[in-house]
Design a binder for this molecule. Structure first.
Ligand code: SF4
Length: 359
């Protein structure tokens, strides 16, 4: 049973008109606001992302203000949201739009996709919601809803299924109100067609849903089994001198790029944590340290791996720190930590420094 596009669109749009959440970026079709919301809400729940959206709009009220901000300021506003490449790309894209498009967002999905950090999904969302273009969107919520609608039993994360779903999404998107329709489809996946125990009894497209008709909605979508997340033990040096702590800035490109951190790195096989701290200080900073007391042991999970941080107080006994692995080093008092953007794992022990003072 493949549902007819028109019946599906009508049912979905009527439901959305009656029950859409009142979200600030839905109140006007301002492309900059829609862009901010789409980037911030990628891989982030609305409840978690909304305070960040509001913070960004307040701090950078226009695209021009975002383009002119320092990368550090943008990362600081983003702090805690993860996937920091999104923030850096957003900052770069703002500069490109200012320079190449005189501050006006390009309207076509093809041109939008040439901007840093904008893929097919985000381009579709901006083009349809801000510029009324009849192009599809396919985020995780839409994938799940469409795969149930058609009772797809192929793994949803395979490239073939992804191609199939893009085609299906494109066939369903209406010429009239494509932005409303796309938002309605995303909202359906976010609020009713949720991963576990979907609210089928409240679903506006229940009659068109193959999975519901066959009562297999709880078994869909099918996914390729995930590999377990690797775990790494990491040694961290909290180096202090005259009331200040040494922090380093990570290179802009790559994991946690542009954030500040306490020096350290992975503990090698057969090495104990205290030895690893001393070795990391030698390699990263070119200094010899005296490793003092253990300040904390912190567990933290990233999307693709987990870490246990073994955090030691240290003092330099020989050498002057050089940024061998960082792009910058600073000695900072705890009161000034708030002016730098740190990874979440560092935040889990930084408050101890302010509380306990220096060894
Ligand atoms: S009926 Fe249930 S499974 Fe089907 S689209 Fe609606 S919420 Fe999803």
């Amino acid at each position: 049973m493949k549902c007819t596009a028109r019946v599906f669109q009508k049912a979905l749009l009527e439901w959305f008109a009656a029950s859409a959440r009142d979200l600030p970026f839905r109140r006007s079709p301002n492309p900059y606001h829609i862009y901010l919301a789409e980037i911030i809400l990628q891989q982030t729940r609305v409840e978690q992302g909304l305070p960040y959206y509001e913070r960004f709009v307040k701090r950078f009220p226009t695209l021009e203000a975002l383009a002119q901000a320092s990368e550090q300021d943008v990362l600081k506003q983003w702090e805690g949201l993860g996937y920091y490449t999104r923030a850096r790309n957003m900052h770069r894209a703002a500069a490109v739009i200012m320079e190449q498009y005189q501050g006006r967002f390009p309207e076509s999905p093809e041109l939008l996709q040439l901007l840093p950090g904008i893929g097919k999904y985000t381009a579709g969302a901006i083009a349809s919601i801000a510029f009324n273009k009849a192009v599809p969107v396919l985020d995780g919520n839409v994938k799940r809803a469409l795969s149930r609608l058609d009772a797809l039993d192929a793994p949803i994360d395979s490239p073939e299924t992804e191609r199939l779903l893009w085609k299906r999404a494109a066939a369903l998107v209406p010429k009239k109100s494509p932005g409303e329709y796309n938002q309605a489809l995303m909202e359906l996946g976010a609020r009713l067609c949720i991963p576990r125990a979907p609210f089928c009894s409240e679903c506006p497209v229940q009659k068109q849903c193959d999975a519901y008709a066959r009562n297999i909605q709880d078994n869909l979508p099918v996914r390729t089994p995930k590999k377990p997340r690797p775990h790494y033990a990491v040694a961290v040096a909290v180096i202090h001198k005259n009331g200040r702590y040494l922090i380093g800035k990570r290179p802009s490109q790559g994991f946690l790029g542009g954030l500040w951190e306490f020096p350290g790195g992975r503990i090698q096989a057969g090495e104990n944590a205290a030895d690893a701290v001393a070795r990391e200080c030698r390699e990263e900073l070119g200094v010899a340290v005296r490793v003092g007391g253990l300040l904390a042991v912190i567990n933290h999970a990233y999307t693709h791996f987990r870490v246990t941080l073994h955090v030691y107080r240290c003092t330099i006994v020989k050498g002057k720190p050089k940024p061998n692995s960082h792009t910058d080093l600073r000695w900072v008092v705890p009161d000034d930590f708030k002016t730098y953007a740190f990874p979440k794992g560092n935040h889990k022990f930084m408050h101890l420094l302010a509380q306990e003072g220096i060894e």
